[in-house]
Design a protein around this ligand. Structure first.
Ligand code: AMP
Ligand code: GLY
Length: 421
């Protein structure tokens, strides 16, 4: 089979690395990929957001199956467009992707079907938003309805912050039309969990629970980023909590979608908060998470191609998921300045050092320049390791982080610190 993966981050590198182990794949392609992906897949010089060019490439190359990494093409309807031409593709339709594409859609779905989530109001004018704000305690969360590159949820500690955020989104249009309408919601306290599930017409199959670290600096200080690290472990949640999540959140969400006439085929990323009131949904995403995927996929023993095909063909019921008992830890190496404006073009050294057993380096913002690898993005590399405990994986990952270098590199030193396994 010829398979195309769409995207060019460390998440897509991890997806490609797992697929590359499948004996049924004769050609693996990636659009647009990066320097790391280029070692294991054919690079297609096509942007991940150009649906018509992607479709042209798939037809021209005779690709049998396409896997979509990022949310944007999904929310823009790439799956509908491919299906209309009978091209096989993994991911939800445009309507199903609203789960991520519209916070209002997802919050109203949760409310209607009794899926636990933060109390909220939907607002379509700044004036109303400012009035409603009074009814919420601080801190309060203001969210743009549409896609905002992971920056659309703002936790406001003061009324002044909240007012500024509302003005910024609704009047100054800091996120364009994505902020035309907003959700104001109560702040939830607790432990955050990322849980992916493969979903088809009949089955919801949760993968390995994970946690990500969004703030740029140790101790959860500094601004939010696309993710500075993560860990995953099958025993992260006790069986009672897992059962509650499955019943009240995972299955209920899919049944709710079905009741609305939507069949979801793909992965649902459940962003959860374990609160004193029980597990609650913070958000849904219609795709795999980054950097959680980098540690979840290496812990799955099944052939990833089988899982993707079963999901598309509504045959997940027949699949026996086989997970490793090991833990995985991922540390992101970022460019100087990130998550603000950052510097590019720095040479990465140390990538040729042999990696230890169960250590993976997934590329994000890199490209080849002659025989050198140089930085092109804010998040440059995901260094990941598996171990028999979270502590063991953590130790191994930091040993490997130390041998890779580029000028201005920064990373968190407290990923998975203090987590018991
Ligand atoms: P979202 O864009 O909805 O995923 O939110 C991004 C991040 O903001 C989440 O991963 C949480 O860390 C945080 N967050 C979102 N909503 C809430 C909430 N209601 N209470 C506390 N934290 C939240
Ligand atoms: N790790 C969070 C995300 O991918 O949105």
């Amino acid at each position: 089979m010829k398979v195309l993966v769409i995207g060019g981050g460390a998440r897509e590198h991890a997806i490609c690395a797992s697929l590359a182990k499948s004996v049924r794949i004769t050609e693996l392609h990636c659009a647009p990929g990066n320097a790391g992906i280029a070692e294991i897949a054919r690079i297609a010089d096509v942007s991940a957001s150009n649906i018509s060019n992607l479709k042209y490439y798939v037809k021209q190359q005779g690709i049998d199956l396409t896997i979509v990494g990022p949310e944007q093409p999904l929310c823009e309807g790439i799956v509908d467009s491919f299906r209309a031409d009978k091209l096989r593709i993994f991911g939800p339709t445009k309507r199903a992707a609203e789960l991520e594409g519209s916070k209002i859609f997802s919050k109203e779905l949760m409310k209607k079907y009794g899926i636990p989530t933060a109390r909220f109001e939907v607002l379509d004018s700044a004036q109303r938003a400012l009035e409603v704000l009074e009814a919420f305690e601080l801190p309060v969360v203001v969210k743009a309805d549409g896609l905002a590159g992971g920056k659309g949820a703002v936790i406001c500690k003061t009324r002044d912050d909240a007012e500024k955020t509302i003005h910024g989104m609704m009047e100054d249009r800091m996120f364009g039309s994505a902020g035309e309408r907003v959700v104001i919601e109560e702040f939830l306290e607790g432990t955050e969990i990322s849980l992916f599930a493969l979903v088809d017409k009949y089955t919801v199959a949760p993968l390995i629970p994970a946690r990500d670290y969004k703030r740029v600096r140790d101790g959860d200080e500094g601004p939010n980023t696309g993710g500075m690290g993560s860990f995953a472990w099958i025993h992260l949640l006790d069986s009672k909590t897992m059962k509650k999540i499955e019943e009240e959140i995972l299955v209920r969400t899919v049944l709710a979608l079905r009741a609305e006439g939507i069949t979801y085929n793909g992965v649902i990323f459940y962003g959860l908060m374990l609160t004193r009131r029980g597990p609650m949904v913070l958000e849904y995403n219609c795709r795999f998470g980054d950097p959680e995927t980098q540690v979840v996929l290496p812990l799955i023993r099944n052939d990833l191609l089988d899982l993707f095909e079963a999901t598309i063909e509504n045959k997940l019921t027949d699949v026996d998921l086989d997970f490793s008992e090991q833990a995985g830890v991922c540390v992101v190496l970022a460019s100087e300045g990130y998550p603000g404006d950052y510097l590019k073009g720095r040479t990465v050294i140390g990538l040729d050092n042999p990696l230890g057993d169960d250590v993976y380096v997934f590329h994000a913002g890199t490209k080849k320049l002659g025989d050198k690898v140089v930085t092109t993005g804010g998040r440059v590399l995901s260094v990941c390791a598996l171990g028999d405990s979270i502590e063991a994986a953590r130790k191994k990952v930091y040993e490997n982080v130390d041998v890779i270098h580029f000028d201005g590199v920064h990373y968190r030193t407290d990923i998975a610190a203090g987590v018991k396994s």
